[in-house]
Design a protein around this ligand. Structure first.
Ligand code: SAH
Length: 346
């Protein structure tokens, strides 16, 4: 009978130290192993060259080292790279490398599928299979960093949690992955270069504020009118705009940091003066910036990007009220790597 061995990367540094203490070794070995697993990213126990042979055998008897594998890779004409990543249990998620002149950004997934039901997002059609573990999120970043060095000759500069899944519905693992990405024994990246994007889970936004996180927060707003938001993001019936507003006020009170509202303008849905005015009102609650994102069609044509005149109406009004607004162009559309297109088509 084979009993399933535990993934050693699910242990914290403290747990590794305790493990060594329990077998009569120095707790410091735990730090060494931790560094091998995270900073050096080794895949085999035998590569831990400063750990004795017996200890390595002992570790191997108790644990496995799970790693993701890049199953397939697609490169777009604009330099965007999409990875289909195979997890240890065979499930697949996608992550994307987005290069621009100034930065190279990794867009990572936090769940296999998604439990939310945003009508305009391809991922919402995949049932949520499970949450990603911290190491599975971390490994996506490592893979993209390597691709960034290989194809664009520079390391990764930014990370956005805008791939598959709702990061705040996998709260603990997402925060643990960020802890490892930012720690010196991990990738040593600044949290200022990380953005977590949420569809808007009020309770969890408050928890982020309580936990004193240092990364940026982006909220996929898309409409500041309750009835419209419910129509395009049905879960908003439970997570209402009133609760969202309250949680964002709490966030600002505790962190003193502004949030970004992501916003798509669709034909016949939110291209009205009333919708623009509602957004302006929402933007007055706390300091913020609006990021208008281009809609990436997902097959069925139910949603259509509004014409430029409608987008200009948003921009002009927001600017009149001195609300910072930027427009984000899509990247990697030719390989279905753009926002909302991640759905494991292959
Ligand atoms: N669940 C999180 C993160 C994943 S979605 C969230 O909702 O924020 C990342 C971003 O892509 C969100 O702003 C989302 O609204 C946007 N998005 C989803 N489908 C899209 C589509 N078809 N075209 C453009 N952006 C889309």
């Amino acid at each position: 009978m084979t009993s399933e061995k535990k993934d050693i990367r699910s242990l914290s540094k403290e747990e590794l130290r305790a493990f060594f203490e329990s077998i009569g070794d120095k707790p410091f070995r735990g730090n060494q192993v931790y560094e091998w697993l995270w900073n050096k990213g080794i895949h085999k126990f035998e590569d831990m060259t400063n750990i004795s042979k017996e200890t390595r055998a002992h570790l191997e008897a108790h644990y496995v080292i799970n790693h993701i594998k890049v199953d397939s890779l697609q490169r777009s004409s604009d330099g965007t790279v999409k990875n289909a990543v195979k997890l240890h249990d065979g499930l697949i998620v996608e992550s994307v490398l987005i290069p621009t002149k100034k930065r190279t950004t990794a867009c990572v997934s936090s769940q296999v599928g998604c439990s939310l039901d945003c009508k305009f997002c391809a991922t919402s059609r995949l049932k949520r299979m499970r949450n990603l573990n911290p190491d599975e999120i971390y490994d996506q970043v490592v893979a993209i960093d390597q691709e960034s060095r290989l194809y664009h000759d520079k390391p990764l500069s930014n990370i956005v949690f805008m791939g598959m899944g709702e990061p705040l519905m996998n709260y603990k693992n997402v925060l643990e992955s960020i802890e490892k990405i930012t720690s010196e024994e991990g990738l040593g990246m600044s949290p200022k270069r990380i953005t977590v994007s949420t569809s808007g889970v009020p309770k969890m936004i408050k928890k982020l504020a309580d936990d004193g996180v240092k990364f940026h927060l982006a909220v996929s707003l898309h409409s500041a009118i309750q009835a419209t938001r419910e129509q395009i993001m049905p879960f908003a019936k439970s997570f209402t705009l009133t609760d969202l507003k309250e949680s964002l006020e709490y966030w600002y009170e505790k962190t003193n940091r502004k949030v970004t509202y992501e916003y798509i303008v669709w034909d016949g849905i939110n291209d009205t003066t009333e919708a623009i005015e509602a957004l302006v009102t929402f933007c007055k609650y706390i300091p913020c910036k609006v990021n208008i994102i281009e809609y990436n069609p997902i097959d069925d044509g139910e949603f259509q990007q509004a014409p430029n005149t409608a987008i200009d109406a948003y921009i002009n009004t927001l600017e009149r009220y001195k609300i910072p607004v930027t427009v984000r162009r899509s990247r990697g559309k030719d390989i279905d790597a753009a926002c909302g297109q991640l759905a494991n088509k292959s």
